[in-house]
Structure formats: structure tokens, C-alpha cells
Write a protein that binds this ligand. Structure first.
Ligand code: BG6
Ligand code: MG
Length: 217
């Protein structure tokens, strides 16, 4: 049976949270705020605009709309410098094995990411050609946990929601997949991602037999 497998990008295919963190931390320094790695956890799966709002709330800083626009551009310019240095070594363990198994079994593969930098990142790590459809932050109006990004991924692959399987590392992403009526698979900490149908610490724990079960179900 043909299913659609929709992958989140950041934290599922590549670990870019560290680069987002460095760029946000630098911006925070400018307003004398010491942004910690622990606080950065809250930014996973959250849009760029919303991330800035949260950061300013944490710092108890009120900024004008104009200033926010400047910071958003500045943060992204710094983030892009890190992305430009990425290569295949940044791909998270066993992601290529899972993608290749799905391709060998003629399954649909889409990307469903909040990032507006999804295409350049996939290009840098040489995975762009594995995806038949890409839905990213440039294509959606509502952020996760709204299901829009995954609904559009399913439409692009002409697959019904019940035949879609979503891989996600954020709570908002799991909620978005569930709201879309898809099978959510958490990649990360089972206690954090307990709303998912299944959770694996990383792809090395997710076997081809399990993928075959999903395909056949
Ligand atoms: C998500 C990340 O995938 O994309 C968030 O988990 C990030 O941390 C968001 O803020 C938007 O990314 P970008 O690349 O458009 O700034
Ligand atoms: Mg993510």
C-alpha cells in the first residue's frame, strides 16, 4: 500500500537547534539578556516571529515593530552563516537509511517544516532530491500546532490524512499531526512526546520491519 511519510526538518533530519541557539543568543546579548540552551528548548518547532516574541517576553523587553523586523533579518542572516557551513555529516543518524528504504518501497515522501530555510538546508546536506514535495514556512499561514503544514504535504502527495505518517521532534508538531488525523511518530524524549502514537529516541531505534508494518497497515 502506498503511504505518505512526512518529515519535519529541524531536530528530525538535521540538528539545527544549536545554530538557532547561537544566533538568538547573540541577539539577546544586545539587550543584555543571557539566553540559555535550556530556554532554547522552547523554540523547537516554533516560527521565527513567534520565537522573537518569546525571547522578548523572557527578557521583559518591549520593542517597536520596526526594531523587531530588523532583529528578525539580523537573526536569520547570522543563522544562514552557520547553515552555509553544513554538510552531509550534519544528517542525524540513520535518516538516509529510512529515506532510502521508503524510496525502495515506492512510498511518498514529503517535508513539513516551519522553517523558511528548509530548501537551502536540504541542499547543503544533499537530501533535497529524496523529497517529492516540500512544504515549509514559506507555504503556510498558520504555525504548528495548526495542522496546515501537514495537510498541505498530504495534498501535494495526493494522499488521504489517514494514510500519512508524520515524524516530529516537537510537541507542537505532534499535536499538528494528530489534529490532521495522521499517525504521529515522535523522535526524541518519550516523556516529552507522550502525545505521539509511537516514540523513538532516534531513527537508529526504528527498524525497517517497523517501517514495513506502517506501509502494510
Ligand atoms: C523550526 C525550528 O523547524 O523552524 C524553529 O524548530 C525555528 O526553531 C523555525 O524557529 C523557523 O525557522 P527559520 O529557519 O525559518 O528561522
Ligand atoms: Mg523540529
Amino acid at each position: 500500500m502506498k503511504k505518505a511519510f512526512i518529515f519535519d526538518l529541524d531536530g528530525v533530519i538535521v540538528d539545527t537547534a544549536k545554530f538557532h541557539y547561537l544566533a538568538w543568543r547573540n541577539l539577546a546579548k544586545g539587550i543584555d539578556f543571557d539566553f540559555t540552551e535550556e530556554q532554547n528548548e522552547q523554540f523547537k518547532g516554533v516560527s521565527r516571529v513567534r520565537s522573537l516574541e518569546i525571547l522578548l517576553d523572557m527578557a521583559k523587553y518591549t520593542a517597536t515593530q520596526e526594531q523587531k523586523e530588523v532583529w528578525l533579518v539580523q537573526k536569520n542572516e547570522e543563522y544562514l552563516k552557520y547553515i552555509q557551513k553544513m554538510d552531509e555529516s550534519e544528517i542525524l543518524p540513520d535518516v538516509p537509511r529510512v529515506l532510502d528504504y521508503l524510496i525502495e518501497n515506492q512510498q511518498g515522501i514529503a517535508l513539513g517544516s516551519a522553517s523558511k530555510n528548509a530548501r537551502p538546508i536540504l541542499e547543503r546536506v544533499s537530501l533535497l532530491d529524496k523529497f517529492q514535495a516540500i512544504v515549509d514556512g514559506n507555504d503556510v499561514t498558520a504555525a504548528k500546532p495548526d495542522p496546515e503544514v501537514f495537510v498541505k504535504g498530504a495534498q501535494a502527495l495526493k494522499t488521504e490524512a489517514k494514510d500519512c505518517i508524520v515524524f516530529e521532534d516537537s510537541i507542537a508538531g505532534i499535536q499538528a499531526a494528530n489534529a490532521a488525523g495522521m499517525i504521529s511518530i515522535g523522535i526524541g524524549d518519550p516523556t516529552v512526546l507522550h502525545e505521539a502514537f509511537h516514540v523513538f529516541t532516534n531513527f537508529t531505534e526504528l527498524s525497517n520491519d517497523f517501517l514495513q508494518e506502517l506501509i502494510a497497515s
